[in-house]
Design a protein around this ligand. Structure first.
Ligand SMILES: NC(=O)c1ccc[n+]([C@@H]2O[C@H](COP(=O)([O-])OP(=O)(O)OC[C@H]3O[C@@H](n4cnc5c(N)ncnc54)[C@H](OP(=O)(O)O)[C@@H]3O)[C@@H](O)[C@H]2O)c1
Length: 219
């Protein structure tokens, strides 16, 4: 599959590396340093380009820029109409967390990206942990949550999550995605390692309106 990356830093660059390794075609974009971007792309066997090129290239586009840079990145990308966008962002601003009240960041970004099919994912685990944990097998395989309103888009993203080396776990709609959004807190899976069975139990509890089970601890 062709995947455009807007913001190839720790999260976007890391996801690109995992997906390139799995055989996908990647185009990296949105750097303040074009030489660095080209070198990074070359290293993982990807192309480098502009956000507009990433948007045009990708059947799927990974949005992985800092929260305050989203509007600029989206403006540079141009039309994302009909594209599946993996929204990896968390609302960390210059002065700290800017958690929206009453709406999830997935809903906010779906609005910003009108016409795109937004799926929140790759946002709950640190970039370093994602690189370290990708590809684990059996009982140790790590869950990767996803959420959004477009069921078909979520199927595609679930496939990419599996290709990247994780077990996809659907946490529901954009409105339900609060469970996987920052900050780390009781009642949310954000910031915690989960494996499939525990991840599914957490989602099930949240969707039934029950408190989620205590955060699992793995040996
Ligand atoms: N880091 C984590 O562990 C983690 C975990 C989960 C979710 N997230 C979320 O994922 C998103 C990306 O985070 P990240 O840690 O990958 O960030 P990052 O490493 O700082 O990468 C940001 C990317 O955006 C590019 N960029 C272009 N213009 C920029 C500007 N004006 N200001 C800042 N960056 C600019 C940077 O390129 P150049 O630096 O080459 O210019 C870089 O490729 C954020 O929304 C974050 O909250 C991060």
């Amino acid at each position: 599959m062709r995947i455009g990356v807007i913001g190839a830093g720790r999260i976007g660059g890391g996801a690109a590396r995992l997906l390139a390794r799995a055989g996908h075609e990647l185009l990296l974009s949105y750097s303040r340093d074009a030489d660095k971007l080209r070198a990074q792309a070359e290293e993982i066997g990807a192309r480098a380009g502009t956000p507009a090129e990433a948007a045009a290239f990708g059947d799927v586009v990974i949005l992985a820029v800092p929260w305050p840079a989203i509007d600029d990145a989206v403006a540079q990308a141009g039309s994302l109409d009909g594209k599946i966008v993996i929204d990896t962002t968390n609302p960390f601003g210059a002065g700290g967390w800017e958690v929206p009240e009453g709406r999830t960041t997935t809903q906010i970004n779906q609005e910003r990206l009108a016409g795109a099919r937004v799926v929140k994912s790759f946002n709950t685990l640190t970039a370093a942990f994602q690189q370290e944990a990708a590809g684990r097998t059996g009982d140790e395989r790590v869950a990767m949550f996803l959420a959004g309103d477009d069921a078909e888009a979520k199927k595609v993203v679930a496939g990419l999550i599996a290709d990247a080396g994780f077990d996809p776990v659907d946490a529901g709609t954009a409105a339900q995605s609060g469970i996987l959004e920052a900050p780390r807190r009781d009642g949310a899976v954000y910031g915690e390692e989960y494996r499939l069975v525990d991840a599914q139990a957490a989602v099930e509890a949240a969707q039934a309106g029950r408190p989620i089970p205590p955060t699992p601890v793995y040996e």
